[in-house]
Design a protein around this ligand. Structure first.
Ligand SMILES: Cc1cc2nc3c(=O)[nH]c(=O)nc-3n(C[C@H](O)[C@H](O)[C@H](O)COP(=O)(O)OP(=O)(O)OC[C@H]3O[C@@H](n4cnc5c(N)ncnc54)[C@H](O)[C@@H]3O)c2cc1C
Length: 479
């Protein structure tokens, strides 16, 4: 959405903003609950933010992209403020919390649990304000880019709602399809986060980087079963109340694995907390379902209620009393640091093809700081939109022939239980391509993937033209 707005602001008169779901409602942005990092506090600078980003990335960041995230991202946070996103205030400035890995309070938020919906709503409103220059079309799943004479000249999509095939000619194309965590059995993803953009980019000749850098959110809810609650809901609790991460013996353990002492605070970065929990489980000191205990029982009921009243009621409806009961948590696939390799103008190296947001690799190295992802989506979207407008204005592509790209969507193969294939993929990814990987585990995963590939066959099940054919859509995702 930021890319579309910026492209229109830079003179692109015919921007098409499309999504396989509803615009602004299908990806991670609308799901974000928490905070957005930017150096907008007194005394803070993009340079300080950059130093923390590079340290958290464990020396593996593309530093030019990290710097762009911190600098351009700061401007975007201020622009979003002008667009009335409603960042919470404290005194004369923004209210900011300190997330693990940041050297100071640097994360803005909207009403604590409302950041993602507010961000998405603000951008949707801004897109609307731009007017006719941006055309929005939902429920179009892009399945291939059209490559002609070495340049990307548009895309081919499945019209999910009506079943038809849609071809789109474009002077410039931006991949902003988010991440890939739906590939894992335990994830915080929506159904649209299957890594489509990486596959589109790769098939069009672009390069991917750091694809092994999946971020596991360490304290995803594990047990007891909760109905109607988000698996990453314990993060806000940790920000506000600290809480204690404990092993089966009731001991705090992050220090043992290099994470430092938390002492009831919230300081350990995601990679180290994931490492510590996984190692503790491996050593036989995990919680009953294979994770760690998260306890707030040292806090008085009044403190819990003052911080999270309505959530405390929801927990009570699920049979949990936090003054008495600890919950079990364990790492859950959450974000992808790797992705499409781009330069600082979001160009992929394939003419007329750009990428933005979580789909891009490199800015966060091997581990992302809390709050950097929304900032990255804003900043890289804005840069990509500007560049796309420039490319489109510089001249039209030589041609547009979507013939071969549409062939697959017009074909029909035998019926298949694609939901079962998705479940098998997610299980093998969780077992063998999780936070810890070994040569034998990866070899086993590779052989399961080869089996799945063979079972998939060469054509999607179902008839071309059928509306809402989810088995067909699953097949295209699995491809
Ligand atoms: C539960 C959750 C909570 C989070 N909380 C925070 C937080 O507090 N702070 C923070 O900084 N980050 C947070 N993150 C990460 C952050 O939200 C994402 O990294 C960021 O929003 C990604 O933005 P994006 O625009 O790149 O992608 P998305 O917002 O995921 O949007 C991608 C869009 O592309 C569409 N799409 C995908 N494939 C196709 C296709 N083939 N054809 C057409 N459309 C397609 C999807 O439907 C989707 O709408 C959170 C993530 C999750 C999952």
């Amino acid at each position: 959405m930021y890319a579309a707005i910026e492209a229109a602001r830079h003179g692109a008169g015919r921007v098409l903003l499309l999504d396989r779901s509803l615009i602004g409602r299908g990806g991670a942005t609308v799901m974000a609950q928490m905070t957005v990092a930017a150096s907008v506090g007194p005394g803070d600078t993009p340079g300080f933010h950059l130093a923390d980003t590079l340290a958290a990335g464990r020396g593996l960041c593309d530093e030019a992209l990290s710097a762009l995230l911190c600098e351009e991202g700061r401007d975007c946070i201020l622009e979003m403020d002008a667009w009335k996103v409603g960042w919470a205030r404290a005194g004369n400035g923004f209210a900011q919390v300190q997330a693990p890995g940041h050297d100071r309070p640097r994360c803005v938020y909207v009403d604590f649990l409302n950041t993602g919906p507010a961000v998405s709503r603000t951008l949707r409103a801004q897109v609307q304000r731009v007017g006719d220059a941006i055309r929005r079309v939902g429920e179009l799943a892009v399945t291939d880019l059209v490559v002609q004479g070495g340049e990307v000249t548009g895309a081919v999509a499945l019209d999910v709602a009506r079943g038809g095939v849609v071809t789109i000619a474009a002077g410039a194309t931006i991949i902003a399809t988010g991440g890939l965590t739906r590939l894992y059995a335990r994830n915080s993803a929506s159904a649209n986060m299957s890594g489509d953009g990486y596959a589109l980019a790769l098939r069009a000749g672009a390069r991917l980087m750091d694809m092994e850098f999946v971020q596991f959110f360490p304290i995803g809810h594990l047990a007891p079963r909760l109905v109607g609650m988000d698996p990453i809901m314990w993060d806000p609790f940790r920000y506000k109340l600290g809480g204690r991460l404990l092993n089966a013996a009731g001991e705090e353990f992050t220090e043992r694995w290099g994470g430092g002492v938390e002492a009831g605070g919230y300081t350990v970065t995601r990679d180290l907390a994931t490492y510590a929990i996984t190692k503790e489980v491996e050593a036989g000191r995990g919680s009953p379902h294979g994770g760690a205990w998260l306890s707030f029982s040292h806090l008085p009921a009044a403190t819990l209620r003052a911080a999270f009243g309505p959530v405390i009621d929801k927990l009570a409806a699920n049979g949990i009393d936090l003054t008495r009961d600890a919950v079990e948590v364990s790492p859950i696939a959450h974000y992808h640091m790797g992705g499409v390799r781009v330069d600082t103008r979001m160009r992929t190296g394939v003419p007329r093809l750009l990428a933005a947001g979580e789909a891009v690799g490199g800015a966060n190295g091997a581990n992302r700081l809390s709050g950097n992802a929304i900032t990255e989506a804003f900043a890289f979207g804005r840069v990509a939109g500007r560049e796309a407008a420039r490319i489109a204005a510089a001249g039209a592509p030589r041609g547009f022939d979507a013939g071969s790209a549409t062939a697959l969507l017009s074909s029909s193969g035998p019926a298949r239980n694609t939901a079962a294939l998705v479940a098998r993929l997610q299980a093998v990814m969780a077992r063998d391509v999780g936070p810890f990987r070994t040569a034998s585990g990866l070899a086993r995963a590779a052989s399961v993937l080869a089996e799945l590939r063979a079972e998939l066959g060469e054509a999607p099940p179902g008839a071309p033209g059928a509306a809402h054919d989810l088995a067909r859509l699953d097949w295209l995702d699995l491809r």
